[in-house]
Design a protein around this ligand. Structure first.
Ligand code: C5P
Length: 405
């Protein structure tokens, strides 16, 4: 299950060279479980044949407003009511102008007027056409009416120009569309709340060039931070060494090893209402850090490497008597998921634990997907496998419902 499963998306295609990318978009949307009906403008058919979209969508492609056979199969009003989302990719400068005015001169413009579904537009055009005051005014009009504009991206264009006007890549469009269908903690719901989140691995140095670490990507913690900010919270993200951009509006504190993460977490926990430990903290660190690179000739390192335990950061915060935030941990397990997670919930004195099975290489560690079970002292709630970015919003809703009930 993904947030796109069984979603009914009416995909409009306007004339433009970017229409070839829309073929891939249809394939990917269907892979994620969405039902797609394609509507092409006359201009679009000059670039890609309706047969291509018919094969990829598995449904007849709609092209004419006044086609009696098509109207008998699924009339345009029926099609407008069927849609849960109207997505037009690419949308041309010409179509933006028609939509801004409210034309109903072909099937696609008519459907846009007849449907009450949200309208999402992915523009693609020459950079000068995009930047023209007329186009920008049309975009503004459409946005004021509630349309969402995704892109365009900047870069080199088919016509040889460089600048804004490239249609967003299908994978980016899909992420943005998926979030539209994801239950979100309401914007503003967490205003006034401070949330601290640890994310990523820690790196425990052995010498100036070597360290002990793990495969954690940090994606889950970063996605939670973005979702919490979206809901209005003040977010501090304590990040181990990861290659991820800082989510917009989030205060990021970069740390390298467990001791640094612990120090930053203690400080953040003093001022937060909710502490979420999504980091994969290294359990041990080398007892001694060699100031020089350890030489292979210095003997058998297997026999000489001594490790000491790192502090358990989340447990230290959960065991506080004063300044104790609602405390949530994660349990990544390869076997006996629920049993081991419950044991951690009580041993670390957490309020809630998010258990995920990392024996499946498609989910969990270093993957874009995750499947989790939320466990607290009152029960368990199993969540469907989803992209971490989508899961984060749904997961945050569950956490917040308990933390701030
Ligand atoms: O014991 P285990 O490492 O499986 O527990 C996982 C949970 O504890 C995660 O929430 C992780 O962020 C947290 N943890 C921690 N400090 C450690 C080890 C784990 O905060 N030293």
């Amino acid at each position: 299950m993904t947030s796109l499963t069984d979603r009914r998306i009416l995909l409009g295609v306007a004339g433009g060279i970017a229409a070839y990318k829309t073929a891939d978009l249809v394939r990917r949307l269907r892979e994620r479980g969405a039902e797609i009906r394609v509507v092409m403008t006359p201009g679009a058919q000059e670039f890609v044949s309706p047969l291509t979209f018919q094969a990829l969508s598995g449904k007849p492609v709609h092209t004419d407003l006044l086609d009696t056979a098509a109207e008998a199969a699924m009339g345009h009003i029926e099609l407008a009511k069927w849609a849960q989302l109207l997505l037009i990719a690419p949308v041309s400068a010409n179509l933006l102008a028609k939509l801004a005015i409210g034309f109903a001169d072909n099937l696609l413009t008519t459907l846009c007027l007849a449907s009450e579904a949200p309208l999402v537009l992915a523009p693609a055009m020459n950079q000068a056409m995009w930047q023209h005051a007329a186009t920008q005014a049309n975009v503004q009009t459409l946005q004021q009416r509630g349309a969402q504009i995704l892109g365009p991206a900047s870069g080199s264009q088919a016509c040889g120009d460089v600048g804004p006007g490239r249609m967003l890549e299908p994978n980016l469009l899909i992420e943005r569309i998926a979030t539209l269908f994801t239950p979100q903690t309401e914007v503003g719901q967490l205003t006034g709340k401070h949330i601290a989140i640890t994310a990523g691995p820690t790196r425990e140095p052995l010498d100036p060039v070597r360290y002990l670490s793990n495969y954690s990507s940090g994606k889950m913690g970063f996605a939670l931070a973005a979702a919490a900010h979206h809901a209005g919270a003040e977010v501090t993200l304590i990040a181990g060494p990861v290659d991820l951009p800082t989510p917009r509006g989030v205060k990021r504190i970069d740390v390298l090893n467990a001791l640094e993460m612990h120090a930053a977490a203690k400080q953040a926990a003093d001022h937060c209402d909710l502490f979420i430990a999504a980091a994969a903290v290294a359990d041990f660190r080398p007892q001694q850090i060699s100031s020089q690179k350890i030489k292979k000739s210095e003997g058998n390192i297997e026999g000489t490497l001594r490790l000491i335990k790192n502090p358990d950061i989340v447990a230290a915060i959960a065991k506080r008597n004063h300044k104790r935030p609602f405390t949530v941990g994660f349990a990544a397990e390869t076997e006996k998921l629920i049993k081991h997670a419950r044991e951690k919930l009580s041993r670390k004195k957490l309020d809630m634990i998010i258990a995920n099975d990392i024996s499946d290489p498609d989910n969990g560690f270093n993957s874009d997907y995750n499947q989790v079970v939320v466990i607290d002292h009152e029960g368990e709630y199993s969540m469907s496998a989803a992209l971490k970015s989508e899961l984060a919003a749904a997961l945050l809703e569950k956490i917040v419902a308990r933390a701030f009930k």
